[in-house]
Write a protein that binds this ligand. Structure first.
Ligand code: 1PX
Length: 215
């Protein structure tokens, strides 16, 4: 099978990865978190080359984090909680400084975390909107209500143009490759509570440590 069908085949598992992120002690495990992102990026890739400027940025961030997870200090990067504690204690990040290291785990995860907010809104929109709704419109609305606030004009412009290339609802749900449109909607409904949970825990953790504005 081609890598494209392999990527598509897995969207149920991809979304399922976010379920495996939260431990009993309400910690967010980085490994399944990044696995989830990897799968999403692969899916985005399968939607066409117009999205490659987006997937390239996401990919670079995931790759950086994977490096920490496999690196010398890997035990510090098992969970988001461990990472925050370690990077604050060691001075890798400092919430009181206006500039900071562009490669810290905290600032990198913060970018993915903000994108997870977009994902939540987008999936919820896809799930609940009517049959004649357009993914491109849902995507634009979700983006404007979340990530756009953190992006400069050029990026916002390029993103908005790319969204127009999204396929219509039926084709989009089919591209998820989990069965009929109804099956796809059901998969979104199953995955969303877990994504929301991961988002909520991360938001609280970063707010508590004043890390929500890391440059
Ligand atoms: C069932 C449907 C699944 C859909 C899966 C789609 C996965 C999309 C993954 C997007 C991840 C985007 C991460 C963006 C991180 C970011 O904000 N980066 C910016 C800031 O980084 P910096 O290091 O400079 O502080 C960076 O400037 C971003 C550049 C690229 C443009 C980002 C546009 C993001 C749009 C998100 C929507 C994706 C549309 C997908 C349509 C399905």
């Amino acid at each position: 099978i081609t890598s494209e069908t392999a990527a598509r085949r897995c969207l149920r598992e991809v979304l399922g990865a976010f379920r495996g992120c939260v431990t009993e002690r309400r910690e967010v495990l980085l490994e399944p978190y990044l696995r989830g992102w990897r799968g999403l990026i692969r899916f985005l890739h399968s939607l066409g080359a117009v999205f490659s400027f987006i997937s390239r940025d996401a990919e670079a961030k995931v790759q950086l984090m994977e490096g920490y997870c496999r690196g010398e200090r890997r035990e510090r990067y098992v969970s988001l909680q461990a990472m925050v504690q370690y990077e604050l204690a060691s001075g890798v990040v400092d919430p009181h400084k206006r500039s900071g290291r562009a490669d810290s785990g905290c600032r990198t995860v913060l970018r993915l975390h903000r994108a997870l907010c977009w994902l939540q809104l987008f999936l919820e929109g896809l799930r609940t909107a009517g049959e004649d709704s357009r993914p491109s419109a849902i995507c634009t609305d979700s983006y404007n209500a979340s990530l756009a606030a953190f992006h400069p004009w050029v990026i916002r412009k390029a993103a908005t143009v790319a969204f127009c290339a999204l396929p219509p609802r039926g084709a989009f749900l089919e591209a998820m490759n989990v069965g009929s449109a109804e099956d796809a909607v059901a998969v979104l409904g199953e995955a969303l509570p877990y994504i929301r949970d991961v988002y909520g825990i991360t938001q609280e953790l970063f707010a508590e440590h004043r890390l929500l504005d890391l440059p």
